[in-house]
Design a protein around this ligand. Sequence first.
Ligand SMILES: [Zn+2]
Length: 249
Amino acid sequence: MAKLRRAVVGAAAVALAGAVGYTVGAYAATEGLGIGVVRRGPARPMVALTFDDGPDPEYTPRILEALAAAGANATFFMVGRQVAAAAAVARAVAAAGHDLGNHTYAHRHLWTLPPTASVAEVDRGAAAIANATGVSPRYFRPPWGTFNWAAYARAAQIGEARILWSVRPEGMIVAADAPRMAAVVVRKAHRGAIVNLHDHGGHASTPRETWLALPTMIAGLRDRGFQIVPLRILLDDPLPPRRPQAAQR
Ligand SMILES: [Zn+2]
């Protein structure tokens, strides 16, 4: 009996160690050591604005207008479920020449998901974007910037570079208003910066404040000598966006 108990305890310890490695290990590698993830581009006078969690039926079109008015292109990390609910908005983002990123299907925290479900979150997010827009996303960003090993590996397998960020103007606890967001981004911007913004999600006020912040943010970044570019330019990505039809051949 004692032997059995020891075996059970031993197996539980191994399982726990495995689970911790699967989540915290992936976190330590990506967040702490920065292994296999991109937080910034090469040190050139360029900044990439990235918008997570959309498309949002109300604010994404306004953000597209603000970007068009400023003559700037950005990158949108879309949630598959949002894309399915607002496919026309997702298409408008792609049609305006912005880069597309996969932000999973349902925005679940990856630490709560076993490997099969994690792979499905990555694959279904990519498929929803490809189905709606005709473009397969080239970039992957996990919800809250937190990987597990399954999602980490799967993103690379399906040709999506893992992207985090180097500048984030939004407060985690207290919502930032538009003037503060613009000021923080302009002050903290650096050569090759990747800025994390939200066109949906975050605090209730975040998409609206983000939209309102854009003209000042973009003008301030340009005053500092930065070009506003999508990720493919920031990262010198030599490949054109992949079409799903071509990927299937
Ligand atoms: Zn998110």
